[in-house]
Design a protein around this ligand. Structure first.
Ligand code: MN
Length: 143
């Protein structure tokens, strides 16, 4: 059985409260349930105060097999922000305009723009599928 959780947007404390309410327990640093798994619907980042922690909670669950996850538009934007445009090497796939920076500022500030943990997080975002097609369920972030 799956529990579907979307649009956490950096609210790690609220995510942990929700997992606790759903019967998950944190063991060895990883939230888990003996019979259930989470499907994260994307948008882990932007807006909230604990974006780094939010990604790490979800990532640990995914890597340990306690959750699945799809890419949200905010992770897509984060990847594009951090990826040079191969056609125009001085630019990025998501233009570094004031408006785009404003949308992404809390993330960049919390993670540390161009830091090793920022680059590592971007690499993890790139592994996330755009959709999941399971036996009885299809999952996509609608944006
Ligand atoms: Mn969202």
């Amino acid at each position: 059985m799956f529990d579907l959780i979307g649009d956490i947007h950096g609210y790690a404390a609220e995510l942990e409260a929700l997992l606790d309410k759903l019967g998950y327990e944190k063991r060895g640093g990883i939230w888990q349930h003996p019979e259930r798994r989470v499907i994260f619907l994307g948008d882990f980042v932007d807006r909230g105060p604990q974006q780094f922690e939010t990604v790490n909670i979800a990532r640990a669950m995914v890597e340990a097999g306690h959750a699945l996850a799809v890419l949200g538009n905010h992770e897509f934007n984060a990847v594009a922000w951090a990826t040079p445009d191969p056609q125009h090497p001085s630019e990025y796939l998501r233009p570094h305009t004031a408006k785009n920076r404003q949308q992404h500022q809390a993330f960049l500030h919390q993670v540390g723009e161009d830091s090793p943990q920022h680059r590592d997080m971007i690499e993890w975002f790139k592994t996330l599928p755009v959709y999941l097609e399971l036996d009885d369920l299809r999952v996509v972030h609608a944006c």
